[in-house]
Design a protein around this ligand. Structure first.
Ligand code: ADP
Length: 577
C-alpha cells in the first residue's frame, strides 16, 4: 500500500473515532439532562407549591390574601400531577380546602389540609428519590458507554500510533543504515521491501546503485588497465583493419592495420572526431560516409569492395559497420555506445576471381578461332565443292553447324563477361539511329524466328531522335532480348518490338507471348548465371547480366515487366543525343 494511502486511512480513522466519541458523550449528557429536568419540572415544582400553600395556611387567620395564594398554588399543583396517588391526594386537598372555606377555618379541616399537603410532598419526595436513582443509573451506564468507546478508540489510536510511524520510519531507517554502510565501502548492501509502496521503488533504485558501485569497486585500476592492454593487443594483432568510434563518432581506437591502410599516424586519429579526419583522408571519408550522412545511403555502393593501395600493392576490402550496444549493469534496456568499422581483406578471393576471369577470357578467345574455322569448314562441306555428300552426312554437318553456332555464342558471351568483369568494356558511344539498331537486330534473328514460325512485328514511332549509344553493343542487347523471346515463346506466336520516345529517352521494348516470369525472379534474372528454375536451359544465364552492364555503361536503364501466363516485356531506355 502506498504511504499516502496509509496516512489518509490512519488520519481518517482517527477522525471517525473523534466523531464517535463526541457522539457517545453528547448522547450520555443529554440522557442525564433529561432525567434531572424531569425531577425539576415534575417534583421540585410540586414541592414549591406545597411549601407556598403551607406558608399561606399559617397566615390564614390574619390575611385573606393567603386564601388566594393557596387557591393559586392549588391550581398549579392540579396542573402538575406526575406521580401515582398524587391525583387523589390533590383531589382530597381540594375538597378539604373547600370545606375549610365553608366551615370557617375549622381546626380539624385545617389539620386535614396539612396532612394532604404532607402526603403530596411525600409522594414527590419519594419520586425525587426514585428519579435520582434513575439518573444515577443513567450516569453509570453513560460512564460505561463512554469508557468502552474511549477504550476502543484508545486501542485503535494506540495501534495506529505504534504502527503508522514505524511503517514510514522503518524503511527510512533501513535505507539510512544501508547508505551509511555503502559510505563505509560495504557495497554488498541491498534492501528489500516486499510491499509496493514508494519505498519498493526506492529500494529498487537503491539496489541498482549499490550493484553498480559494487561493480566499479571490484574492478580495480590495475586490473582494468591490464584488461585494456589485452584488448588493445588483440585488436592490434588482428589482420583486418579495425576502427572503433564512440556514440559521438569520436575515434576511440584504430589498430595497426587500419593505420597502415589509411596512411595516418596514431596521434592524427585517436581522440579525433571522425568527421574531421575524413576531411583530410579519402579512405576514412569513404569508410564513414554512411555514418556521417545516413540519408545518402546507397545500397549498390555498399556492396562494392573497396580498393586500397597500401604496402606497394593493391588490396581489396569489404567494409562492415557494426553498431555496438551494451546492457548497463542493473538496467533493462540496451544503450548504444558506438560503432566498430571492420575492413575484411578479400584480396585473395579477388585474385582468384581475376584469375578465373582471365582464364575465361583466354579460353574463350582461344576457342573463337578454331570454332569459326569449324563453322567455315562445315560451310565448305555443305557447298559440295569438296565432293558430294549424302543425306546422312548432310544431317551430321547440320548438327556440327548448330553446335559450333552455339559454341560461338557461348564464347562470345564469356568474352563479353570477362570484359565486363575486368571493367574493360570498350564502348564506342556515338549518335546512333534507333532504326539502324532495330534493323541490325531483326536481321540477326530473322532466321531463328522463321524456324519457329514466330512473327516479328515492329511498332516503331516515326521521326525518332538519335540516341547516345554504342550501336553494336546496343544491338547485341536487343538481339539478346529477341533471342530470349524466341526461345521462351511457343511456336507460331507473335513478338512485338516497340520503340517510342519518352521525354529525353528512347524506349526499346520486346514483348512476347511466352509463359512469363514470376515476380520473385524479376530482379534475379539480371544476375550472372541465373536461370529461372524449370525453364529450358539453352543458354548460359549470362545474356541479361551482360545486357545490364552494357546498358548501364551507356547511362541507360534496363528492366522487365512480366506476369505468369501473360508473356514478358523486356525494355531498355537510352538517352537521346
Ligand atoms: P539464358 O542464356 O539462359 O537465356 P539470360 O540471361 O538471357 O540467359 O536469361 C536469364 C533467364 O531469364 C533465362 O534462363 C530464362 O529463364 C529467363 N528469361 C529470359 N528472357 C525470358 C523471356 N522472354 N521469357 C521467359 N523467361 C525469360
Amino acid at each position: 500500500m502506498k504511504i499516502r494511502t496509509k496516512l489518509t486511512l490512519g488520519v481518517g480513522l482517527l477522525f471517525i473515532l473523534i466523531t464517535l466519541l463526541t457522539y457517545v458523550g453528547t448522547k450520555s449528557i443529554n440522557a442525564l439532562k433529561n432525567d434531572t429536568e424531569n425531577i425539576l419540572v415534575a417534583n421540585y415544582n410540586t414541592l414549591e407549591y406545597s411549601r407556598n400553600m403551607l406558608m399561606a395556611l399559617d397566615e390564614l387567620s390574619i390575611d385573606k390574601v393567603a386564601i388566594r395564594k393557596i387557591e393559586e398554588n392549588l391550581y398549579k399543583q392540579q396542573a402538575n400531577i406526575t406521580e401515582i396517588g398524587e391525583k387523589e391526594a390533590t383531589q382530597n386537598l381540594r375538597q378539604h380546602f373547600a370545606a375549610l372555606k365553608i366551615n370557617n377555618f375549622d381546626r380539624t379541616t385545617h389539620l386535614l389540609i396539612r396532612k394532604d399537603i404532607a402526603e403530596i410532598m411525600r409522594l414527590n419526595m419519594e419520586a425525587i428519590q426514585r428519579k435520582s436513582d434513575v439518573a444515577k443509573q443513567t450516569a453509570a451506564s453513560s460512564t460505561i458507554g463512554i469508557a468502552i468507546t474511549g477504550t476502543l478508540c484508545f486501542v485503535i489510536a494506540f495501534t495506529l500510533l505504534i504502527n503508522l510511524p514505524s511503517n514510514i520510519a522503518n524503511p527510512i531507517k533501513k535505507l539510512t543504515e544501508s547508505i551509511k554502510q555503502i559510505a563505509a565501502n560495504d557495497y554488498s548492501q541491498r534492501v528489500y521491501f516486499e510491499d509496493h509502496s514508494e519505498f519498493g521503488e526506492l529500494a529498487k533504485s537503491f539496489n541498482t546503485m549499490a550493484e553498480k558501485l559494487e561493480e566499479y569497486n571490484n574492478s580495480n585500476l590495475s586490473q582494468l588497465l591490464f584488461e585494456k592492454k589485452r584488448i588493445e593487443t588483440l585488436i592490434n594483432n588482428m589482420q583486418d583493419p579495425v576502427i572503433g568510434l564512440d556514440e559521438d563518432k569520436k575515434i576511440l581506437f584504430a589498430n595497426d592495420e587500419a593505420l597502415k591502410v589509411t596512411g595516418l599516424k596514431s596521434e592524427q586519429v585517436i581522440g579525433q572526431q571522425v568527421q574531421d579526419v575524413s576531411l583530410v583522408n579519402d579512405l576514412v571519408r569513404s569508410l564513414v560516409k554512411d555514418l556521417i550522412m545516413p540519408e545518402n545511403n546507397n545500397k549498390e555502393e555498399k556492396k562494392q569492395p573497396i580498393k586500397i593501395f597500401a604496402n606497394s600493392k593493391e588490396s581489396y576490402f569489404e567494409k562492415e559497420v557494426v553498431d555496438i550496444a551494451i546492457m548497463p549493469t542493473g538496467e533493462k534496456e540496451k544503450r548504444h555506445i558506438g560503432y566498430v568499422i571492420v575492413l575484411k581483406n578479400i584480396t585473395p578471393f579477388k585474385e582468384l576471381d581475376f584469375a578465373k576471369t582471365n582464364f575465361i577470357a583466354t579460353i574463350s578467345h582461344e576457342l573463337k578461332t578454331p570454332i569459326s574455322s569449324i563453322k567455315m569448314s562445315t560451310q565448305l562441306l555443305e557447298s559440295q565443292k569438296t565432293g558430294e555428300i549424302n543425306h546422312q552426312q548432310k544431317q551430321l554437318i547440320d548438327s556440327i553447324k548448330d553446335d559450333s553456332q552455339r559454341l560461338l555464342k557461348i564464347t562470345s558471351e564469356l568474352l563479353n563477361l570477362s570484359q565486363v568483369e575486368t571493367g574493360n568494356i570498350q564502348l564506342n558511344i556515338q549518335k546512333s539511329t534507333p532504326y539502324q539498331i532495330l534493323n541490325y537486330a531483326t536481321e540477326a534473328v530473322k532466321v531463328t524466328a522463321e524456324q519457329k514460325k514466330i512473327q516479328l512485328l515492329s511498332d516503331v514511332e516515326e521521326n525518332l531522335p538519335d540516341v547516345k549509344a554504342d550501336t553494336e553493343k546496343t544491338a547485341w542487347v536487343l538481339i539478346n532480348f529477341l533471342t530470349n523471346a524466341i526461345n521462351y515463346s511457343p511456336e507460331q506466336s507473335k513478338i512485338i518490338i516497340k520503340i517510342t520516345k519518352q521525354d529525353k529517352l528512347v524506349n526499346f521494348s520486346v514483348n512476347d507471348q511466352g509463359k512469363g516470369i514470376e515476380k520473385r525472379y524479376k530482379d534475379k534474372i539480371f544476375d550472372k548465371y541465373f536461370q529461372v528454375p524449370g525453364s529450358i536451359k539453352t543458354g548460359t544465364g549470362l545474356g541479361l547480366a551482360i545486357s545490364k552492364e552494357f546498358i548501364e555503361a551507356q547511362n541507360g536503364t534496363i528492366g522487365v515487366e512480366s506476369e505468369i501466363g501473360m508473356g514478358s516485356t523486356f525494355y531498355f531506355k537510352l538517352l537521346t543525343s
